[in-house]
Design a protein around this ligand. Structure first.
Ligand SMILES: *Cc1c(COP(=O)(O)O)cnc(C)c1O
Length: 417
């Protein structure tokens, strides 16, 4: 079939034809912002995740901002992982919080509870625990610490929608959980997020504030949709295998900056002095309809990706040079990718490319080391090392197991196994 010997792409976004055509049909029929579908999605999500209620926001990061603004006093500290999306740090700062970067554990890439314990003090306003790569943080230990000091615990579950720890959905264990419904996530409504919380007074405050905003503009969503369309076309196997792959492979093997930047998603590393105009907007009924149509699929998708992750784990766990994500018996992680770490990441990635595989590095930075956040600098040696070592092995639902086996074979060969 594949005469070029090219692999399947490293990632695909979760789109359906509906993701595109319903945008135009909703606009034509004048129902883009009409209908009670946001409320419907909020209720369906709350019911599925076993919480009293949920509130949709324009983006996860905006949810983090709104929640912090209501939970902390200006100038209070926010304990958080430095290994996350830089714009999340901006939201903490814009909510008048002071980010306190707290080092992570290497295997999970998430907050180390022992480090959290060291940094909690009387000026701590909140703790944000991120469940990165779909792998749960040690959330029950962090929760115990927060309870002991009467500090609210916020879970950034943007990459863990649907995952569980001890049978409970990630995001519903602390006081507040925030999910992403953005383009690169397992429910894709182009932009969006959802907040769940124990305290309905907090959610009511969010609702009251959101009611003052305009709906997100179709133009803003359209721009993202066009990026999505380009991504869908370029990663469509009939285009990817004869064309896209070879271009990006060439760029990567020859260190050509402008080509490599096309596939990086974490390029906005600036300190934001003010909230961008398009952030404080309402989630639209159009987006909610898209999200609602995907909600029932997520658990089946998680099962599928868990099997793919298990394949990698079984065959790679014998390679002591590789650091694999942890696995907990009573937990169910969603594995949007299978994130492994190796100290000479570049060398392994180039080997994979030369062997005609398509695998990429995690481009998230250790925000504690970024120039833009130097006012909040803290030495986080594990995050520094990890940010240079994470490799994202594909697990998306359309990725064939035969490709996983090839990845494994090539990695084993690299290590002489
Ligand atoms: C994607 C992501 C976000 C931001 O989500 P948006 O909906 O794009 O704001 C925040 N935190 C983590 C860990 C993410 O992966």
């Amino acid at each position: 079939m594949n005469i070029f010997g090219a692999p399947h792409p490293r990632s695909r976004i979760y789109t359906k034809p509906k993701s595109y055509w319903s945008f135009w049909s909703d606009l034509l029929l004048g129902r883009f912002n009409k209908g009670n579908d946001v409320q419907k999605f909020e209720r369906a999500l709350a019911e599925k995740f076993g919480v009293p209620e949920a509130v949709c926001v324009s983006m996860t990061r905006v949810g983090i901002y709104l929640v912090l603004k209501n939970l902390i006093k200006p100038g209070q500290n926010v304990i958080m992982s430095p290994y996350t999306v830089a714009d999340v740090v901006n939201m903490v700062v814009l909510a008048s919080g002071v980010p306190v970067f707290t080092d992570i554990e290497q295997r999970s890439c998430n907050l180390n509870p022992a480090e959290v314990a060291k940094l909690i003090d009387k000026n701590t306003g909140a703790v944000i625990a991120t469940h990165l790569h779909g792998v749960g943080a040690r959330i029950y230990e962090i929760l115990a610490l927060c309870r002991q000091h009467n500090i609210p615990l916020i879970e950034d579950a943007a990459q863990s929608f649907g995952g569980k720890a001890k049978g409970k959905r990630l995001g519903t264990i602390g006081d507040v959980g925030i999910y992403s419904l953005g383009m690169y996530k397992n429910i894709n409504s182009w932009y969006g997020g959802a907040v769940v919380a124990k305290d309905s007074a907090l959610l009511n405050k969010l609702r009251a504030e959101l009611a003052q905003y305009d709906f997100q503009s179709p133009i803003f969503i359209l721009k993202k949709m066009l990026k999505g369309l380009a991504t869908d076309l370029l990663t469509y196997p009939l285009i990817f295998q004869p064309l896209t792959y070879w271009l990006f492979r060439y760029g990567f093997l020859h260190d050509i900056g402008w080509i490599n930047r096309q596939v990086e998603i974490e390029l906005d590393l600036e300190l934001k002095k003010e909230m961008p105009a398009n952030y404080l907007r309402r989630y639209t009924p159009f987006q909610a309809r898209l999200a609602l149509s995907q909600l029932n699929q997520i658990d089946a998708d998680i099962e599928l990706r868990a099997k793919k992750a298990a394949l990698y784990r079984k065959e790679l766990s014998g390679i002591s040079e590789l650091v694999l994500p942890p696995e907990e018996n009573d937990s169910k992680y969603i594995y949007p990718v299978f994130a492994v770490q190796y100290q000479d990441r570049k060398k392994l990635l180039k080997w994979l490319m030369r062997q005609k595989r398509d695998v990429t590095a995690q481009h998230l930075k250790n925000c504690a080391d970024l120039e833009s956040f130097s006012a909040f600098y803290r030495d986080c040696p594990v995050a520094r090392k990890t940010a240079n070592e994470v490799i994202l092995l594909p697990t998306y639902t359309r990725y064939p197991d035969s490709e996983i086996k090839k990845n494994i074979e090539v990695i084993r060969a690299f290590f002489g196994r």
